[in-house]
Design a protein around this ligand. Structure first.
Ligand code: MN
Length: 321
């Protein structure tokens, strides 16, 4: 819903749906007999029908204003895309979204002191949806790490994907340049999406769905210095792994890569690195500080987390004993 467009308008329904280019064309075709001229920036089509003003934007947003806005809008997009979705927020998805050919993207490792951030983008075309289900991908976050380790290799063999691993030294470097996690994630998602689009070209997905970690404007603001920015048919929703299997698969591949990296780093430092950012994490970090020093810890952590200070306090106390 776009609040800007409701300014000064009272007692008037105002519904905005975000559509793919294809779905948007259907709206245009439907209202062609009712077309009106509207030369506003970003407007690609406008119509008036049944007392409802329809305004279609270059971004894929279509706004319905007027008493029967909901009735008109629901022919093209519905507020709740799937019955099994629990409180997903974000763009209104086209109807039957779950059965469309979609690139989904997701990340993991952002809340973990040890280990990288991993981002995956995965293309699941309509004809592979059943296969992906068959491989064990479920439309929820109920999957355990062990199960993901088991099914990820099959997904990697079967699907077109891109996986990016931001190792700790590089993460610490960009973080020190004041990149927020939001910016880091936005840049990685954009890169992964670009790579998958290049791999499947000239085929194009019907939509791209990003598991939402920032509002659309914030996301694109983070990308303003990027050379190539993926914008076409990009949709955002929280809990997106429930909305399309491509995001669920992306989530699994990203998690798998994260777990493998944690295994590798654990071997490297000679201690099992715990996930998360708990007191257990502080203890292990302190142990690394005492036995291998700061440089070694820097190499395997998100250094700016509060865990670094806590670990160094624990280490100082132990040195005194
Ligand atoms: Mn996510």
């Amino acid at each position: 819903m776009n609040n800007d467009t409701t300014k000064g308008v009272k007692n008037m329904s105002n519904i905005v749906i975000q559509l793919t280019k294809e779905a948007q064309q259907k709206v245009h075709a439907h209202y062609t007999p009712y077309k009106v001229e509207r030369n506003a920036p970003g407007v690609v089509f406008a119509a008036k029908a049944n007392g409802v003003s329809i305004t279609s934007y270059r971004s894929g947003k279509v706004m319905f204003q007027g008493g029967r806005a909901a009735e008109e809008a629901q022919q093209f997009g519905i507020p709740n895309p799937s019955k099994n979705v629990t409180s997903s927020k974000g763009d209104t998805l086209p109807e039957d979204f779950a059965s469309k050919s979609v690139i989904g993207s997701d990340e993991t490792g952002t809340g973990d002191y040890f280990g990288p951030i991993t981002v995956a983008a995965v293309y699941v075309p309509a004809h592979q949806i059943e296969l992906v289900k068959e491989l064990g991908v479920k439309d929820s976050k109920m999957l355990t790490d062990d199960f993901m380790r088991k099914i990820a290799p099959d997904l990697i063999k079967t699907l077109t994907y891109s996986l990016l691993i931001l190792h700790n030294p590089k993460y610490n470097e960009v973080q020190a340049k004041d990149w927020s996690q939001g910016k880091i994630k936005a840049v990685l998602h954009n890169q992964a999406l670009k790579k998958v689009l290049a791999k499947i070209a000239p085929e194009k997905p019907e939509a791209i769905l990003i598991d939402q970690f920032a509002e659309r404007n914030t996301y694109y603001n983070h990308l303003k210095n990027e050379k190539e920015i993926v914008r076409e048919n990009v949709l955002f929703a929280t809990k997106a792994e429930q909305l399309h299997l491509s995001v669920a698969a992306a989530s699994i591949i990203a998690r798998y890569a994260f777990l493998r990296e944690m295994d590798r780093l654990s071997k490297e430092v000679g201690v099992t690195l715990p996930k998360g950012a708990s007191a257990k994490v502080d203890e292990v970090a302190a142990q690394i500080l005492l036995t291998q020093g700061e440089d070694a810890l820097y190499e395997v952590t998100k250094w700016h987390f509060a865990n670094t200070t806590k670990a160094s306090r624990i280490a100082s106390k132990k040195r005194l004993i």
